[in-house]
Ligand binder design. Structure first.
Ligand SMILES: [Zn+2]
Ligand SMILES: [Zn+2]
Length: 254
């Protein structure tokens, strides 16, 4: 699928405040996240993506004093790729001394709200990477912002994906989809019992966790839940709610 670009005029970008520094080639691309709250509702509303990219540009220009948004491209949950500084222009987001080495691509996830990158966002990041290789003399590397710079960016889920070699989602077997959320929270204490607990426990065993599939959500299940939530970068409250339930099936294996 060809890259689905959102050009600067389409997202009503402000004009850069100065001349870009020319970039002839790079070793590759560094992947970023917003580092803040991304409203989960963005997944259902591309208009929110546009508003968020505009606000990031404003923050970079008015807060950081940069000439423009710091990223080369931005991928949203709808597999659309916003044009930032674009091809052959030095980004600003990688950190001092590191911008000439890599283009900078942002995925619109944060450290709260939308934390787990949807498959279409990962595709969009890779669409941007391939575009930069084909048209912007980007090298083969795909790294995270934290590689070479002291930052949490791009967050655990995106960084884990980068470390796995940034695969296209659903390349081999299609991603399993989660059974419907049972409609109640699985919590401890007191012990929660039922077939829904058994279903969740069975899935966690398939993911490689050690636990009994006995239909009783006690301290052992709670411990597995907390570890899984930390692995996925969501709040580690030890409660299987709708998000933790869905991630058990849909999150890429760690
Ligand atoms: Zn970053
Ligand atoms: Zn979007």
């Amino acid at each position: 699928m060809a890259i689905d670009l959102v050009l600067r005029r389409d997202w009503l970008a402000r004009a850069p405040r100065g001349d870009y520094t020319q970039l002839d080639s790079t070793q590759g691309v560094k992947v970023h996240y917003t580092g803040g709250l991304v409203s989960p509702g963005i997944v259902d509303d591309h208009g929110e993506c546009v508003a968020l990219v505009r606000s990031i540009q404003g923050y970079h220009m008015d807060g950081n004093g940069w000439i423009d948004i710091g990223y080369s491209y931005v991928s949203c949950p709808h597999r659309k790729v916003f044009e930032g500084r674009g091809l052959y222009h030095l980004p600003a987001a990688n950190g001092p001394g590191l911008n000439a080495g890599h283009y900078a691509v942002l995925g619109l996830v944060g450290n709260a709200g939308l934390v787990q990158p949807p498959d279409r966002m990962l595709h969009g990041i890779l669409d941007a990477v391939e575009y930069l290789r084909d048209h912007g003399r980007a090298g083969k590397e795909i790294k995270g912002h934290r590689d070479g710079y002291a930052t949490d960016c791009p967050g655990e889920p995106l960084y884990a994906w980068v470390r796995r070699g940034a695969p296209r989602p659903g390349g081999g077997t299609p991603e399993p989809s989660a059974p419907p959320f049972p409609g109640r929270l699985l919590t401890y204490p007191p012990v929660t019992r039922g077939q829904d607990v058994r279903t969740w426990q069975g899935r966690m065993r398939e993911r490689g966790f050690e636990l009994a599939v006995d239909g009783a959500y006690g301290p052992e299940s709670r411990g597995v839940c907390v570890r899984f939530q930390r692995e996925q970068g969501v709040a580690d409250d030890g409660i299987v709610g709708p998000v933790t339930w869905r991630l058990a099936w849909e999150a890429p294996a760690g």
